[in-house]
Design a protein around this ligand. Sequence first.
Ligand code: COA
Ligand code: MG
Length: 288
Amino acid sequence: MESRLYRPRRSVLYVPAVNEKALGKIASLACDAVILDLEDAVAPSGKAAARDSLQRFFAARSWGAREIVIRINAAATEWGAEDLALAVSLAPDAILLPKVDTPRDLLEASDALNEADAPETTKLWAMIETPRAMLNIGAIAELGRDPASRLACFVAGTNDLVKETGVLATADRRHLVPWLMQMVLAARAGGIDVLDGVSNDFRDLDAFARECSEAAAMGFDGKTLIHPAQIEPAKLAFSPSPEAIAEAEAIVAAFARPENATLGVISIDGRMVERLHLAQAQRLLARA
Ligand code: COA
Ligand code: MG
């Protein structure tokens, strides 16, 4: 939302909570946020060990100034309750709920956080990765309008969406794009952020850069990542370009001229510019 302090979420790296070596690297990585994963990146036999290493990681508190998010297992699984209790006690910036189907899933989680006296600063993020979530996306996003829900961000779970729907995963993601656009639209309606799903092929950084610039053009705030090599291309794609910054500065300067003070619409280099463009330009400069 416009009123909240701007936090960049261009590059958001998943780190399996069970992988101590990867956890140890976080402090040296330049990503905007990390998602410490107790869910799909951890095999059933490793769930308990993952919770232990997460606890050690938080005890050491060496992750720098970035946002820290914990992805727990779904409430319906045998690990859900214990994961949630641990996550609340660690007071991360957010807890990421997988397999959200309905607004009720989020409300139950926020009730649980309130009952456990979780600090207000612990927000909820929601994976959008099931057909039911897609059909309920507007109602889920609407919770973003109510601070009591704690909902702050959607994360596209594209691998699960492919698995659950049977669409073909092509390089250009043509069969996923309609759903991705619905997520962006719903997130804007709810005033929350929205992050694109992961690219599995972490060696092909050219393809990755293309996917990032597509996602930026689609309106995503950033991308979820699986490998450190993806951090820089993601940051680049989701940061305003020098041309966009120059254009925004020109719009701000034009409206600041005394002769334009009372005008709603002006022309710059043969293009109509309205005050809505001024607001857009100011927002872009704030991000830059
Ligand atoms: N976070 C932090 N560090 C990571 C990392 C991650 N997600 N992925 C790799 N690294 C580190 C490795 O530990 C390695 O460190 P080193 O140079 O000190 O040895 C370095 O980056 C290079 O890794 P590389 O050898 O290229 O990859 P890998 O074979 O070790 O790991 C994956 C490949 C896919 C297993 C790993 O990247 C990974 O687990 N990613 C996250 C998966 C995940 O969380 N999935 C769930 C959400 S979709
Ligand atoms: Mg998933």
